[in-house]
Every structure is written in structure tokens, then in C-alpha cells.
Design a protein around this ligand. Structure first.
Ligand SMILES: [Zn+2]
Length: 246
């Protein structure tokens, strides 16, 4: 079969859309990681090994290109091997900044998750379709090219409350501009899939080459995602309670 990244006819492998290591973070707990989906009629899955697709990548691309991004993202978002300085506003921590996170690898990781979800025929990811941006993303991934700051801009959020639930990526608009939200346990990112620049309120937090990486602090509880997570989890799995804010 044809590998969707390199275009060569090769034997394809079981490629994870979201790396297995992210599920492992909480797989020893009683919960596993909840994968929540907006797809109609789908129930959340307790997921121990992640969702994969064996129709998208050859072993070379999976190990030597995508695998490099995934390994790096595990160091950052699972092992959290970086130093951060809190950013205060009005006496509260509103975010963090760090010089320890690699801009290119981090940006390419999030683009590669979205690209994988877009080319995947796995029904969990049918809400992700990059359209004309799919081929642009493929070239960027294949050549390890993060393009410019305003191309596929990435804004990273650290979730201060929930780290065992994640949604499959979904499309959202911010001031009319299209972003996909990509979830990892404990983190999420906005990835801009639009020719227009991000609204100013988000643009300041885009990760950028040669600058400290900023991470915005965010609570899931109380947000639309938090309410959805809470409802779905309680309705379907019973055991999991997500605190509601006072
Ligand atoms: Zn390939």
C-alpha cells in the first residue's frame, strides 16, 4: 500500500494517531484514559493502548519522522522534562514560560497529530479534515519545516485540573478563524488551520522560534469541554466524578 506521508509503496504499520505513551500516563490508574469523542452515537472509550490506523504510514516514516516528534512530545507533555517559570497576573498564575521546549519539534508534533487524524479512516477522527491544508501539512512534516509563525500557529494550554480525559481533536472557531483543538492528558493545544492570522488575543501566545515558549494555564472544569467530559463520563462510566466548581 502507499504510505500517505512519503508516497512510496511499502508495507504499512500500525501507526498511532495520538502516541501510545500519552495513554500510558494514566493507564496504571483505575481509570485508564478516557477518550471522548464528539462523533454522534459514540461512547467514550477507556483506552489503554491508543487508537491506531494501519493504512497511513510505512515503518520508515512512523519511526524516523513521526516517531521523532512523538518521542519528543512524550518528554515534554508526559515526563514534563522542562523547567518553567510561572507568569503572574493580578497575583494569580495565568501561565508559564520556558526556554527548554524545542519550538520546531513541538509545533511539528501537533501538526503531525492533526495530519494523522485527517488522513486516518478511523471513525473516531472523522471530525478532522484539513482539506487543502492536508497536503501543506504533509510537506511540512516530510521536510521537517515549521514554516512561518502564522502558519499552523500553535497555542499550548496546561490544564490545571483534569489529566485523565481527552477528546479526539475537533474544529472550533475563534473570532471566525478556524482552529483544531488537540487534547493530551493534562494539556491541550489550539492549532490554526486557516490562512488568516490568529486573533490578537491568541496570537500573543503562539509558540515562536527564538523566543521562550509560553504555556497558558486553563481549567477544564467549568468550561464547555469540562461540562461535556463530566456528563459523558458520569453517564457512561459511572465511576468517574469530575468536581464542579463551587
Ligand atoms: Zn512512508
Amino acid at each position: 500500500m502507499v504510505c500517505k506521508l512519503c508516497g512510496q509503496v511499502r508495507k504499512l504499520v500500525k501507526a498511532h494517531i495520538i502516541p501510545r505513551s500519552f495513554y500510558a500516563r494514566v493507564s496504571d490508574s483505575q481509570f485508564g484514559t478516557l477518550v471522548l469523542t464528539d462523533v454522534d452515537g459514540e461512547y467514550p472509550k477507556k483506552c489503554y493502548s491508543g487508537l491506531y490506523d494501519d493504512t497511513i504510514l510505512c515503518s520508515y516514516c512512523d519511526n524516523n519522522i513521526i516517531g521523532v516528534y512523538d518521542d519528543y512530545a512524550k518528554k515534554i507533555f508526559v515526563d514534563e522534562l522542562f523547567n518553567i517559570d510561572p507568569i503572574f497576573f493580578g497575583g494569580e498564575v495565568v501561565g508559564y514560560k520556558t526556554n527548554d521546549i524545542d519550538y520546531i519539534k513541538t509545533k511539528m508534533f501537533f501538526i503531525s497529530v492533526l495530519w494523522r487524524a485527517s488522513v486516518s479512516s478511523q471513525h473516531h477522527f472523522k471530525g478532522v479534515s484539513l482539506g487543502p491544508f492536508e497536503e501543506i501539512a504533509r510537506k511540512m512534516i516530510f521536510t521537517n519545516d515549521p514554516a512561518q509563525k502564522d502558519d499552523f500557529s500553535v497555542i499550548i494550554y496546561k490544564l490545571s485540573d483534569v489529566d485523565y480525559a481527552m477528546f479526539t481533536p475537533y474544529l472550533t472557531k475563534q473570532d471566525g478563524v478556524n482552529f483544531y483543538k488537540v487534547f493530551l492528558p493534562g494539556y491541550c493545544a489550539f492549532v490554526k488551520v486557516d490562512k488568516r492570522k490568529a486573533p490578537e488575543s491568541l496570537r500573543y501566545a503562539q509558540i515562536t522560534a527564538n523566543e521562550p515558549i509560553r504555556i497558558v494555564s486553563k481549567q477544564l472544569i467549568g468550561s464547555r469541554d469540562g461540562r461535556a467530559a463530566s456528563k459523558i463520563a458520569q453517564a457512561n462510566l459511572g465511576r468517574i466524578k469530575i468536581r464542579e466548581p463551587n
